[in-house]
Write a protein that binds this ligand. Structure first.
Ligand code: NAD
Length: 259
């Protein structure tokens, strides 16, 4: 394996200049986003201090499937977050990536996020590849019937904080992928194809520790793409990257809005 020497941008100004060079020279850019792109929109990430994990450990899929109390707890937590999700608007990072999409530089975007903010920024839903699903609606795990959250909340409150089941008897869950739940095959396949065919891969706001999603930056790098990591904390892949930007995402990407 060849050895790369990561270039950590010394300051914001040089980070933006290096980003601009890479973006201008790229034919196909694949952004890969994590929770860090949405923190400025009021949605906490998992692993920053004060992030969601400092409050609650996630509920694994088998616990959701085997315990009604866990299903009720999962929904209680979801409703607590509803105010933040409902009022969140795309941030500077989302808007910059949408601008690159409109400029024809980005064929599609891969996200670990579940907040729908890339779609809200104007990228057509078909070109937002969601690896971990979407929390802004729910589905039945048996028959895939879609349910809207206000209806679930109404039933939850009317039934003494018990989540309703689907008409078919299946469990209703936000359309997200929990730990232990299988990954969506179509999204995984599309993300693989995008990672292998791009020449610039932008990992934005991800701690890059959640697998298998974290495999895509590696796949892109191994297939010849330049790898950029924008994250305020170090990640395990920094030494593989061609450029590491340890600045705020909004500040780093704002110059690329409406370019
Ligand atoms: P993570 O919480 O593991 O990592 C987020 C990273 O972003 C951290 O390393 C943090 O230092 C960095 N960061 C936060 N704000 C930043 C900013 N303004 N500028 C620069 N860096 C910033 O997130 P992950 O890697 O996406 O993994 C968490 C999982 O949790 C994902 O799979 C996702 O499905 C889910 N999640 C999603 C949301 C969302 O949809 N917004 C929120 C929380 C968790």
């Amino acid at each position: 394996m060849s050895h790369y020497i990561a270039m950590i941008a010394p300051d914001l100004e040089s980070a933006i200049a290096s980003l601009r060079d890479l973006i201008e020279g790229a034919r196909a850019i694949v952004p890969f986003t994590g929770a860090g792109i949405s923190t400025e929109c009021g949605i906490p990430d998992f692993r920053s201090p004060g992030g969601l994990w400092s409050k609650n450990q996630p509920i694994p899929f088998d616990a959701f499937m085997t315990s009604r109390e866990m299903r009720n707890e999962a929904w209680r937590r979801r409703f607590v977050m509803q105010e933040s999700f409902a009022k969140a608007k795309p941030g500077r990072g989302h808007r910059a990536l949408a601008s690159l999409y409109r400029a024809g530089k980005v064929p599609a975007l891969v996200t670990q996020n579940i907040d729908n903010l890339h779609q809200d920024s104007g990228i057509p839903p078909d070109d937002v590849v969601e690896l971990h699903g979407n929390t802004t609606y729910a589905t039945c795990l048996e028959c895939a019937q879609r349910y809207e959250l206000p209806w679930v909340k109404e039933q939850f409150d009317a039934n003494g904080q018990h989540v309703p089941d689907c008409r078919c008897g299946g469990f209703i869950k936000t359309a997200t992928v929990s730990f232990g739940q299988s990954m969506p095959a179509d999204a995984m396949q599309r993300a693989e194809q995008l990672s292998k065919s791009c020449d610039l891969f932008l990992a934005v706001g991800s701690s890059l520790v959640v697998w298998p999603a974290a495999g895509f930056p590696l796949m892109a790098k191994r297939n010849g793409a330049a790898l950029v990591i924008i994250n305020r904390e170090p990640t395990e892949f920094d030494e593989l990257a061609d450029l590491v930007v340890r600045n705020d995402i909004g500040d780093s990407l704002a110059p690329f809005i409406d370019l």
